[in-house]
Design a protein around this ligand. Structure first.
Ligand code: NDP
Ligand code: 8X3
Length: 254
């Protein structure tokens, strides 16, 4: 395959989907992943028709280490030439204080945002090391820079992503692999609907009275990182809505 290849985890909605569309527009070959097979197939069909680029779908849960390894290793050698990996799949669940939170929510966030990111990176980075080439973009969060009420375990997973990004950059230094992080503030995707277990009213209230980031704002940042000349690594991008100054300060005037 002539063009570069990008692997995006969590491409069935939000940032991941927007990145798939934007990188396809720039003629990348795409490997898109997620748990919702139907959405992956729909997106692949749309991209192939619209952008005439190669798309591979892999349906798996990043929490299942065996499945991650099996699915990724089912790719042909040609598809294993991944130039850009975006570790995007992730979620927040709940906003209760520690004493009131659901333990099952904690387990799911830790298994997805932290262990899932590590499982995928373990396999894909080995391919990059062999080729002495690659860009890894981890999706962190403002919650990985600052604590806020009820952010507890979600924040902890994103602080861990921040640490892993720095640590990976050191590990991969001898292998010519760039490691970057994007740390967004409030962006309107399915994120809050998932966080509040499907409560649409609570989800909508998160974005009330100001203009949040869009998924495409973050996709554009990812494309900027990936398209820098080979000698340039963007270490970290903290991106906020203009109406948000910190995790806890939003100017709701609308
Ligand atoms: P969405 O809920 O819209 O998208 C999340 C994506 O992650 C989906 O494609 C989902 O796919 C995938 N995913 C979730 N769990 C798993 C799993 N176990 N296995 C595989 N895929 C999984 O949210 P966003 O686009 O907003 O979130 C993307 C990333 O950005 C997350 O890491 C989130 O923490 C982070 N983020 C979001 C912010 C926001 O305000 N929206 C701000 C800062 C960071 P499927 O359900 O099909 O598996
Ligand atoms: C998502 C942004 O502030 O809701 O990571 O945690 S926040």
């Amino acid at each position: 395959m002539k063009s570069d290849t990008i692997l995006i985890t969590g491409a069935t909605s939000g940032f991941g989907k927007a990145m798939a569309l934007l990188f396809a527009k720039h003629k990348y070959n795409l490997i898109i992943t997620g748990r919702r097979a139907e959405r992956l197939e729909e997106l692949a069909k749309h991209i192939e028709q619209e952008y005439h680029t190669n798309v591979k779908t892999l349906c798996f849960d990043v929490r299942n280490q065996k499945e991650v390894e099996q699915q990724l290793n089912s790719l042909t050698d040609e598809w294993k030439k991944v130039d850009v990996l975006v570790n995007n799949a992730g979620l927040a669940l709940g906003r209760e204080p520690v004493n009131e939170a659901l333990l099952s929510d904690w387990e799911q966030m830790i298994d997805t945002n932290l262990k899932g990111l590590l499982y995928v990176t373990h396999t894909v980075s080995a391919w990059m090391v062999a080729r002495k080439k690659g860009t890894i973009i981890n999706i962190g969060s403002i919650a990985g820079k600052e604590a806020y009420p009820g952010g507890n375990v979600y924040s902890a997973t994103k602080f861990a992503v921040d640490a892993l990004t720095k640590s990976m950059r050191i590990d991969f230094l001898p292998h010519n692999i760039r490691v970057s992080q994007i740390a967004p503030g409030a962006a309107e995707t399915e994120f809050s609907l998932v966080r509040f277990h499907g409560d649409d009213k609570k989800a909508k209230a998160v974005y009330h009275g100001f203009t949040p980031l869009s998924a495409m704002d973050i996709a554009e940042a990812a494309y900027f990182i990936a398209s820098r000349p080979a000698h340039v690594c963007i270490n970290d991008m903290v991106i906020m809505p203009t109406a948000q100054a910190s995790a806890g300060h939003i100017n709701r005037t609308a």
